[in-house]
Unconditional design. Sequence first.
Length: 235
Amino acid sequence: MQVHSILYPSYVDGPGPRVVLFLQGCPIRCPGCQNRHLWDPKGGKEIPVEEVARRLLTTGLPVTISGGEPFAQARELAELLHILKEAGVHVIVYSGFRFEVLLSIAGAVPGIMTTLHLADVLVDGPFIASLKEGAGPYRGSANQRAIDLPATFAAGEVVEVDWGELAVSILPDGSVVSQAEATPVLKSLGPSQRTRRCGETCAASTPLKAGGRTYAFALAPGAEANAFIRRPAKG
Ligand code: SF4
């Protein structure tokens, strides 16, 4: 499969920490997309599905599959899901296609239905810049839904995951990671700087790679970024 990168740990691509697979290639081309460098289906690197799975499972983390458009490689995506779910890993898949669109084309595109039945959560829909405000945790714009796939297929109607609860994690290196709403509560600890947004492929400022003691916060929904790093004063 065509891969851009594998990034971990991530705290902004679903409830973290997680490992994120960024697949290469996207035909959707949303205006304002932050990952235009992932549009070219010939970019990145071709890596066998089994090797991608091995690299993801080696981290021991739950998996998020993003892009790019994962369903543009639906057959390989389904193969990957088979391996990951056999290993018992929780998997979130992001897609620029709405769930209903994926269902409507699943009969003609091998791999789509298998993936939808194996993955745990689908975050669906294109990025719509005008709906960026109030997007909610782990989403780019407010139109996107976090769909609980097993519950949805059991109920016969879309069931969304409740990611609204505030989560604060203290990491082994002293970092504090939280969702957007915690920023006002925790800002008394000192100045912050932003790190990756949900879906960003830049790894330069992820909390544990920033070095030393760092603090990561998520910005309020609709703010410029959805995660912060706070560096405590020296001494
Ligand atoms: S679906 Fe995602 S990667 Fe594709 S254009 Fe839209 S925001 Fe960019």
